[in-house]
Ligand binder design. Structure first.
Ligand SMILES: Nc1ncnc2c1ncn2[C@@H]1O[C@H](COP(=O)(O)OP(=O)(O)OP(=O)(O)O)[C@@H](O)[C@H]1O
Ligand SMILES: [Mg+2]
Length: 241
């Protein structure tokens, strides 16, 4: 198997991408296990153990998914309810020690389903939230919202952090570009996000102002079957609301 992910003119070794993606579930498992050790209520302990099991599962799924991406296959696609996926991604930050800022879902419009790989799209949303929480810092805020039209859905992740300096704006999607040398940033998060969005026919754009914050927006096409069957009607079929 080819062990490089191609990103524009750059090649990124599989090992780097897997290391990047596996770090978050592993640190969340360590954090949640530490939480279990301090719990007395059996129901709370049970809940935390379920979370540890889900995190370990998602770590395994991510490795499988990344391996597929690198080999050119993008895994099984299903009709996804993006609102449900976003809620799940936001919930996964609930006990995350690294993201103490407030994350909230502000606007959640009914959306048509997209045909996509759930593991891949969850990774994109989680990476964007992770960057936003890092930028916002402990007293900052992150707002996640969704919206959509007849042929696309959008997930926007907005923070009130430091923003991106003008000289870095053209570089944030470059592999290994990071301003987080101190905290061990790999600079591969946005590279992977852009690759996964493009593999689904989508895109990621951002706007940012130094001192005010940033807004990253993931845009994905509505599933072709849904779009085709509703051309001419006012709204596409809606996913579970
Ligand atoms: N919401 C944001 N606000 C400010 N800067 C951002 C934001 N998102 C990304 N960046 C900038 O883009 C850089 C690249 O992001 P990317 O996710 O690719 O790597 P990283 O976050 O530095 O490292 P890692 O993902 O391994 O933690 C970041 O170091 C940061 O400088
Ligand atoms: Mg990142």
């Amino acid at each position: 198997m080819d062990s490089m992910l191609r990103s524009d003119s750059h090649e990124v070794p599989l090992a780097g991408i897997v290391a990047h993606e596996i770090r978050r579930p592993l640190s969340s498992i360590v954090f949640t296990a530490g939480w279990v050790l301090r719990l007395c209520d059996p129901r709370e302990i049970r809940r935390a153990l379920h979370q540890i099991r889900d995190l370990a599962r998602s770590g395994g799924e991510v490795v499988t998914q990344i391996t597929r991406v690198v080999s050119g296959a993008h895994g099984k696609r299903t009709f996804l309810d993006i609102n449900a996926l976003v809620r799940e991604a936001v919930d996964s930050f609930e006990h995350d020690s690294t993201s103490s800022c407030g994350i909230r879902i502000e606007r959640e419009e009914p959306l048509a389903p997209v045909s996509a790989n759930a593991v891949a799209i969850r990774q994109v949303v989680i990476n964007l939230i992770e960057n936003a929480t890092a930028a916002a810092g402990p007293i900052g805020h992150v707002i996640v919202s969704t919206c959509g039209g007849c042929d696309y859905v959008e997930v926007a992740i907005e923070d009130d952090g430091a923003g991106i300096a003008a000289e870095n704006k053209d570089r944030v999607f470059e592999p290994y570009f990071t301003c987080k040398q101190d905290t061990g940033g790999t600079g591969l998060g946005l590279t992977l996000c852009r690759h996964l969005a493009a593999a689904h026919g989508g895109s990621i754009d951002f706007s940012s102002e130094v001192g005010r914050g940033s807004r990253f927006c993931l845009r994905l096409p509505v599933a072709a079957e849904i779009h085709r069957s509703h051309i001419g009607s006012e709204r596409p079929a809606l996913a579970a609301q």
